[in-house]
Structures are given as structure tokens and as C-alpha cells.
Design a protein around this ligand. Structure first.
Ligand code: HEC
Ligand code: HEC
Length: 281
């Protein structure tokens, strides 16, 4: 279930609970109710709707928790605790009518406790999700199905988040061909297992392949060979910082050609090496 779906369901849950609570407060508060029977029926139906939505969301969330490999943020820990608390409170509230009718005068207290718990429970997750949405900040969801929607912002966020724990981003952001990225990401998922779940890896790979790919070499006679064949992936300044002798550069250029034969033509290798050795490019 998508975060948006669960958010909407939780808001319906809060609305149902809110109206049920208001009816109850009206009854206990001694207000004149126009159609008391209808109000009682509405209260009961909304109560069951609330309970049904709660149970349904519980099932969805327990599955989602499976996907947390990291220490859950405090927000989620509180959310889970409140969900368990709500289960108990609901059970007490429902049992009063049937099992302990003498406690009926306390029903309002139980009702308020249930609603307050639900309100905070939903507020810190659905509310947080909506806030992130409003701010346009990617929201890392642990839904497996959420990963089917490719999102570049989310991919970048996950790239920084997951890959940045072991690497300086600067070191691993150099463009590569899609095939090479696929190899790297698969290797890293295995290496870092179980840190990067497949859903996250798919988002990261999508980001890398889309945003960190070589630019097409420009066909411009005024460009030096290095500008034409190395700049698709490197800033020229970065290459300038490296000092090698002819053998060293030959080794680098050979390795780069293995990496990107479609960009670096065999017959240009000599002129590339000459430019690099003479530092004229
Ligand atoms: C648990 C730590 C860890 C995490 C997390 C991790 N890496 Fe690595 N990475 C390594 C290690 C160790 C190496 C060197 C060994 C190797 O290449 O297998 C490496 C090597 C690399 C290399 C160099 C490979 C090459 O052949 O040039 C790249 C690029 C890379 N990682 C990218 C990533 C990306 C992208 C991610 C996130 C999807 C990532 N890493 C996540 C530990 C990690
Ligand atoms: C398809 C993209 C691509 C092209 C084209 C490319 N490189 Fe690279 N290059 C890389 C990647 C990826 C790495 C490894 C990650 C890093 O060190 O940034 C790398 C690393 C390097 C390094 C440092 C580490 C090493 O492996 O020795 C040098 C120097 C280098 N490239 C020079 C060049 C030169 C010179 C050219 C032009 C002939 C070139 N590259 C063309 C992608 C490319």
C-alpha cells in the first residue's frame, strides 16, 4: 500500500473517531440531541469503521516494519508504541458495553483516551508525510510497492544516505555507463547486505543511470582529444591534478577505454596520451 493510501485511510479514521467522540461528548455533556437514536446508531457505526480501519492499517504496517533494517527513527518507535497502546484501549472500550456494563459512566474517558492516542499516532506519521510532501522533500517509505514508482529525488536521497555511509559521495559520483552502474550497485548491495534493500537499490540505480551518465562527446574540431574523450565523465581540472609519466598515462587511458570503448576510439589513444603527457589540452 502506498504511503498516500495509508495517509488517506488514517485521516478517514481520525475523522470517524472525531465525529464519534463529539456525539459522545454531546451525550455525556447533557446537550439536547435532536435524534438521540440516530446519534447512537451513528456513533456505533463510526466506532466500528474506526476499529476496522485500525485493524486494516495494523496489518499493513506490521508488514512494512519487516522492511526496516535500520534502527527505526524515534518517530516510528513512538508510532508503534502508540499503535499497541491503542489496541489495548480499544479492547477495553469495546468490552465495557458487553462485559463490564457498570463501567459505562467512564466510557467518555476511554473514548477520549482512544482518540487522543489515535490523533498523535496519525499526526506523527501521516502528518509528517504530508509535511514532507508539501515541502517537496523526498520521503523514504518502507513500502515494497512504493519502489515501483521511480523517483529521482528519492533515488538521490537514498544514494547519499545508503552509499554515503561507507564512501565519500565525491569519490563514487563519477559518471559510468549504465551497465557499469548496474554491476557496481549489485556488488554493493551484496557487500553491504542487509543494509540496502532491493527496493532502495532500484531507486539508487535509476538515479545513477539517469543523472550520473557520461555526456555525449562533442564533435568540435577545436576541442582537444582529452576534452572530447575524457570530459564526458571528468572535470578537466580533476585530470590536470594528476601527474603521470607516459607509461602511467598509457595505463590510465587503456583502463578508461576498457571502461568506455564507445566513447574513447582506439585510433585516438595516441593523441590523447600525447596531450596528457605534454599537459596541453
Ligand atoms: C558497507 C559499506 C559500503 C556501502 C554501504 C557501499 N559501498 Fe561501495 N564499496 C565498499 C567497499 C569496501 C569497496 C571496495 C571493494 C570493492 O570494490 O568490492 C567499494 C567500492 C565501490 C566502488 C568502486 C568500484 C569500482 O570498481 O570502481 C564504487 C563506485 C562504489 N563502491 C559505489 C557504491 C554505491 C553506489 C553504493 C550505494 C549503492 C555503495 N558503494 C555502498 C563499501 C561499501
Ligand atoms: C565513461 C566515463 C569515463 C570516461 C570517458 C573516462 N573516465 Fe576516467 N574514470 C571514470 C571512473 C568511473 C573512474 C573511477 C572513479 C574515480 O576515480 O572517479 C575514473 C578514474 C580515472 C582516474 C583516476 C583513477 C584511476 O583509475 O587511475 C583518472 C586519472 C582518469 N579516470 C582519467 C581519465 C582520462 C585521462 C580519460 C580520457 C582518456 C578518462 N578518464 C575517461 C570514468 C571515465
Amino acid at each position: 500500500m502506498q504511503p498516500m493510501t495509508t495517509t488517506v485511510l488514517s485521516l478517514i479514521l481520525l475523522a470517524a473517531g472525531g465525529v464519534a467522540l463529539i456525539i459522545m461528548m454531546a451525550q455525556f455533556g447533557g446537550r439536547q440531541i435532536a435524534h438521540p437514536q440516530f446519534a447512537a446508531l451513528l456513533h456505533r457505526m463510526l466506532g466500528w469503521l474506526f476499529t476496522a480501519l485500525y485493524l486494516m492499517l495494523m496489518v499493513v504496517m506490521v508488514r512494512r516494519l519487516d522492511d526496516y533494517w535500520e534502527v527505526a527513527p524515534a518517530r516510528i518507535a513512538i508510532h508503534v508504541s502508540l499503535a499497541v497502546l491503542l489496541f489495548l484501549l480499544l479492547a477495553i472500550k469495546v468490552s465495557v458495553h458487553r462485559i463490564f456494563p457498570g463501567l459505562a459512566k467512564h466510557l467518555l474517558t476511554f473514548g477520549i483516551a482512544v482518540y487522543l492516542t489515535a490523533f498523535v499516532l496519525v499526526g506523527i506519521t501521516a502528518g509528517y508525510f504530508l509535511l514532507r510532501l508539501y515541502q517537496g522533500v523526498p520521503y523514504i517509505s518502507h513500502t515494497a510497492s512504493g519502489s515501483q514508482v521511480m523517483d529521482l529525488n528519492l533515488g538521490e536521497e537514498l544514494f547519499i544516505n545508503k552509499c554515503g555511509t561507507c564512501h565519500l559521495i565525491r569519490d563514487i559520483a563519477t559518471p559510468r555507463s549504465p551497465k557499469e552502474w548496474e554491476g557496481v550497485v549489485n556488488r554493493m548491495v551484496r557487500l553491504a547486505s542487509p543494509r540496502i534493500i532491493p527496493a532502495a537499490a532500484t531507486q539508487i540505480l535509476n538515479y545513477l543511470v539517469t543523472k550520473r551518465n557520461p555526456v555525449v562527446p562533442r564533435e568540435d574540431a577545436r576541442l582537444s582529444a582529452v576534452q572530447k574523450y575524457c570530459a564526458p565523465c571528468h572535470a578537466i581540472g580533476e585530470i590536470k591534478k594528476r601527474i603521470f609519466d607516459r607509461n602511467g598515462w598509457e595505463d590510465v587511458v587503456r583502463r578508461m577505454r576498457e571502461r568506455a570503448p564507445e566513447i574513447i576510439p582506439e585510433n585516438e589513444i595516441n593523441s590523447i596520451i600525447n596531450e596528457l603527457v605534454q599537459r596541453k589540452y
